[in-house]
Design a binder for this molecule. Structure first.
Ligand code: ZN
Ligand code: ZN
Length: 339
């Protein structure tokens, strides 16, 4: 079987790759679709992000869905042919954070396609994958392409859940890449009354509008459009990682409003006067845990219709072309590989 292996920035190869043994509690998944994520792009373009650096060849990918091809001893609830989304998150279940109910902060996390650890945790862009049965979430109605959106949608659901209830609230989402657009969808499902989305590129704003943003503002061509919202927004989700977007988001918040930082940029200056004067709350949001099952259920039931996020799909053999297009925000939102 073959896998998409990154050796160095811009050195992506399709290689023969061994299939692991099918032990107790494991299943063999025939991977059908894998979505290219921002982190995959960072590895491909720059060899990593922050302190996380590619130090050895790594199979990329963590947004995967496919079909069960074989089940190991002791597996219940899954049978050959089942269509599943695969949860790429594998917390240890033993450390203090896992036991304290914060598995997304697991000290021994083995998240697919991540160079945070040595040796790196190999990813899911491969034709066949042996994983724990508990990582597989079965679906009946959604396509494998939609199911491969369960992981980024989980990230969005977790960001909304960090706030608690947003029912009836006015929400701002800055940065409408895949995560921002999915935060719009998640906020709408959670009962936000009014959602305003911003970006500096026009194309992603169309998707944000389709996912439920009442206003989709290009702050490049309409730099003053947010001024009308100054001090009126209840919750802002900053999904761009951009310093200016952070400032703009904070300025829109009402007294005791909340900013949820989802995007990852560098260090940004904090507007202390606003933070103090309006008694703002600033929260971070990282990955997800139980949201994965919720995401699969929302997608499978049709409550979350997310297929509009996928702009291109490429056969695995054309992974390099897929990664190049995925880097172009004017042409691509979510690019998927087909295995
Ligand atoms: Zn992802
Ligand atoms: Zn743990």
């Amino acid at each position: 079987m073959h896998a998409v292996v990154l050796h160095a920035p811009h050195d992506l190869r399709i290689e023969n790759y061994p299939v692991a043994d099918l032990g107790a509690g494991k299943v063999l998944v025939r991977v059908a679709v894998g979505g290219i994520c921002g982190s995959d792009l960072h590895y491909y373009q720059e060899g990593g992000f922050g302190n996380v650096r590619l130090q050895q060849p790594m199979v990329l990918g963590h947004e995967i869905a496919g079909h069960i091809e074989a089940v190991g001893p002791g597996v219940v609830g899954l049978t050959v042919g089942d269509r599943v989304a695969v949860n790429p998150s594998r917390p240890c279940g033993q450390c203090s954070f896992c036991r304290g109910g914060l598995p997304n902060h697991c000290r021994e996390m083995r998240f697919y396609g991540s160079a945070m650890r040595m040796p790196h945790v190999q990813g899911g862009f491969r034709e066949r994958l042996v994983c724990d049965a508990t990582q597989c979430f079965q679906a009946r109605y959604a396509s494998v392409s939609e199911l491969a959106l369960a992981e980024p949608f989980s990230v969005a659901l977790h960001a909304v859940e960090r706030v608690g209830s947003i029912r009836g609230r006015r929400v701002l989402v800055t940065g409408c890449g895949p995560i921002g657009a999915l935060v719009v969808a998640a906020a709408r499902l959670h009962g936000a009354r009014e959602i305003v989305a911003t970006d500096v590129v026009a194309e992603p704003l169309g998707v944000a509008a389709a996912f439920g943003a009442r206003m989709a503002v290009d702050v490049m061509t309409q730099p003053d459009a947010l001024a009308a919202l100054e001090g009126l927004v209840d919750v802002a989700f900053e999904c761009s990682g951009n310093a200016l977007a952070f400032r703009q988001a904070v300025a829109t918040l009402r007294p005791r409003g909340t900013l949820v930082q989802v995007g990852l940029g560098g260090d940004v200056a904090v507007p202390q006067t606003l933070l103090v004067g309006r008694e703002l709350t600033v929260l971070g949001s990282f990955r997800f845990h139980e949201e994965f099952g919720t995401a699969v259920d929302l997608i499978d039931s049709g409550k979350a219709a997310l297929s509009g996020l996928v702009t291109q799909s490429f056969p695995m053999r054309e992974a390099v072309a897929a990664f190049e297009i995925a880097s172009d925000r004017q042409r691509a939102m979510k690019v998927q590989l087909v295995f």
